[in-house]
Write a protein that binds this ligand. Sequence first.
Ligand SMILES: [Zn+2]
Ligand SMILES: [Zn+2]
Length: 359
Amino acid sequence: MKELHSFSWYAKHVKKHLPKDAFKPVPARLFGGLAYLLITVTSFLLIGLLNFHPLINLLFSVVIGCSFAGMGFLGHEILHGTVVRKPWLRDTLGAIAFFPLTTGPKLWRKWHNMEHHVHTQHEENDPDAWPTLEKISKMKAFRWVYRLPFSVRAFFSFASLTVQFTAHSMKMFTMYIKEFKPKTQPKVWLQIALPWATWISLIFVMGLEKWIFAFLIPLLIANFIVMAYISTNHRLNPLVPVNDPLANSLTVTVPKWVDVIHFNFSYHTEHHLFPGMSPKYYPLVKKHIKEMWPERYHEMPMGKALKALWNTPRVYFENYELVDPNHGTMYGSLGYGLDPDNVKSKTVSTTPKNTKAQE
Ligand SMILES: [Zn+2]
Ligand SMILES: [Zn+2]
């Protein structure tokens, strides 16, 4: 097995090569958020006040959905403190940016900054990691899912990307609410209740049909866009005992203009090295990582990553393998035998301690 290093180990080596400015907040990122906000409000008004043909309204849905996703990417950045430093301002702006995705800043910072970043791809402690075979064999309710044919499961898991962010966010709320101090809990409640109350009351203002175009369809589109990244960030990588971003994260590549409108969210390995750095500087970080550890670094076009995701099951076996519990077919993970250009399975016994992956 490869020697693993923590993200701070990599960060220490890369930091020396970066300019001081790279560690300063970049408030100018907010102009992008303002643009998305204006586009969203204008589209809402147009749908609400005028009576367009449903196909025209559907075009607005796409525009709003893309804006919701863009605001979510900026919200992620804001709540890492890379846009403004003052906590109250950071949380207020983060709340606005995450308003469409109905996630509150306090919950997000707990779930994402404190749990996902600190325990990335840890079997038990990363709330975003996919389960192991051992874990799902205890979840009786889910077992029938794995009896469905592989392609049917792949189809449904891709279709579920349209709701996964919102659903997972609600799960995180129920999981973590008790961990907040009693004094803070009402704020966490308010931060999730306020967006939902606003969006739901809009039904009575706009009418159901217009609301579907203005909010519901855009929410599904935004979920799909953010999940297209989130699902490829780590799900092809192994679970690891040490939080090594070069082993447990994947950077996807997208056309330059997509990086512009998505605030460089594609640079996920870089983000795990320096979560407190503005993504504006991630191309520079990438250059240094590729110079220092080219054999450890994983990157691939987004389309290829999604295809590999489609072709592999989402259950971990012995941390480094992905297994289809239905047939016992096994696939490697990135860095451990998975070739995204040619995804191949092997049939191996899933009895623990019986495979090479145990090493
Ligand atoms: Zn991540
Ligand atoms: Zn992050």
